[in-house]
Design a protein around this ligand. Structure first.
Ligand SMILES: *[C@@H]1O[C@H](CO)[C@@H](O)[C@H](O)[C@H]1NC(C)=O
Ligand SMILES: *[C@@H]1O[C@H](CO)[C@@H](O)[C@H](O)[C@H]1NC(C)=O
Ligand SMILES: *[C@@H]1O[C@H](CO)[C@@H](O)[C@H](O)[C@H]1NC(C)=O
Ligand SMILES: *[C@@H]1O[C@H](CO)[C@@H](O)[C@H](O)[C@H]1NC(C)=O
Ligand SMILES: *[C@@H]1O[C@H](CO)[C@@H](O)[C@H](O)[C@H]1NC(C)=O
Length: 287
């Protein structure tokens, strides 16, 4: 058995729970304009609730039909369930069946669960991998509906020492891609692209004939691929070269996504973001 075949079988058995899905594919038939499919892997950490709330509030303001697929490892956490219920955004809440400890790159696995879900339900929309810790301009979602096959744009990344802001993504002339911004010159990646720096038509995943894709292998993110190469390896499966890409926004000059690295690993936060009792240091009101 070759590698591709064994991978496919494994995917077949991957279980996904969509117990809180508030949609059925039937609903989409009634909507005439393009569906946006936003895929967000998430896991519990101090800022998770802040990140998810911020992203939910952005998505709530998107005027296009939108499905937010949120994927968590092992179980649906109460905090995430509550945020999703309150968003007013159409969502699916999926769970990966892998144990966190046994998985090399959690986010890759969780995005995979979402891809499998999109294929199985043959969802037709424009897919964006929107990690919860990034900031998205509303303008991005307006531009996304213009994408036919694959659209890309630059992402601004603040270095972890917060000293420099770097560009990653395409250099464009009009909508044509003419080069790539990069700050990691050591990496010889085909495409210098951020995981949240592109979006694509989901039918490429499940309808290879329509896209004249010669091989019918499933399009996958692989956690066996070295960190830093995963985005490029994935994009190489969606397009042959830059000629099949569209630069979003004229000259790709508008900044639409920011990655600021705000993670605060030592921070303690109250469970459910609720204060059960008052803190000790109260200053009495002077009346
Ligand atoms: C998938 O599940 C079926 C039924 O549970 C089982 O017979 C089969 O061996 C599984 N395949 C893999 C690759 O685990
Ligand atoms: C999916 O849901 C079923 C029924 O509620 C449950 O038995 C199963 O454990 C769930 N699987 C995961 C991976 O959460
Ligand atoms: C994950 O691992 C723990 C400890 O080994 C085990 O108790 C639990 O059942 C596992 N969960 C899943 C979903 O496999
Ligand atoms: C995706 O591409 C197919 C084939 O061109 C098209 O029929 C479909 O409407 C497109 N979907 C979106 C959401 O643009
Ligand atoms: C795009 O770049 C060209 C050439 O530099 C310039 O003439 C044009 O005005 C630019 N368009 C926008 C919208 O910035």
């Amino acid at each position: 058995m070759n590698l591709e075949a064994s991978m496919k079988l494994e995917m077949e058995n991957k279980t996904v729970n969509a117990s809180h899905s508030l949609y059925s594919s039937h609903d989409f038939a009634l909507v005439s304009s393009k569906l946006l499919i936003i895929v967000t892997p998430t896991y519990s950490r101090p800022f998770q609730s802040f990140y998810l709330n911020r992203l939910a509030q952005t998505l709530r303001n998107v005027p296009h039909p939108l499905l937010w697929i949120v994927v968590e490892m092992s179980l649906q956490s109460d905090e995430t369930v509550k945020i999703l219920r309150d968003t007013g955004v159409m969502y699916g809440h999926l769970v990966g069946d892998h144990n966190v400890t046994s998985v090399k790159d959690t986010a890759i696995q969780l995005r995979e669960v979402a891809l499998y879900h999109i294929e199985r339900h043959q969802l037709d929309g424009i897919v964006l991998f929107a990690d919860d810790d990034k900031i998205y301009s509303l303008g991005l979602f307006d531009k996304m509906v213009e994408i036919k096959r694959f659209g890309t744009w630059p992402v601004v990344v603040l270095t972890e020492d917060k000293k420099r802001a770097l560009f990653e993504g395409p250099v464009c002339k009009g909508r044509e891609i003419v080069g790539w911004h990069t700050h990691q010159t050591r990496l010889s990646r085909r495409f210098q692209i951020d995981m949240s720096g592109f979006a694509f038509n989901s039918t490429i995943l499940w309808d290879p004939k329509r896209w004249h894709r010669p091989n019918i292998d499933l399009i996958r993110l692989h956690d066996s691929v070295r960190v830093g190469f995963q985005e490029s390896k994935f994009v190489e499966q969606l397009v042959e070269d830059e000629s099949q890409m569209e630069g979003l926004s004229e000259n790709c000059s508008r900044i639409l996504v920011w990655h600021l690295h705000l993670e605060a690993p030592q921070l303690l936060y109250p469970s459910g973001w609720l204060f059960e009792r008052n803190l000790e240091d109260l200053i009495p009101l002077m009346l």
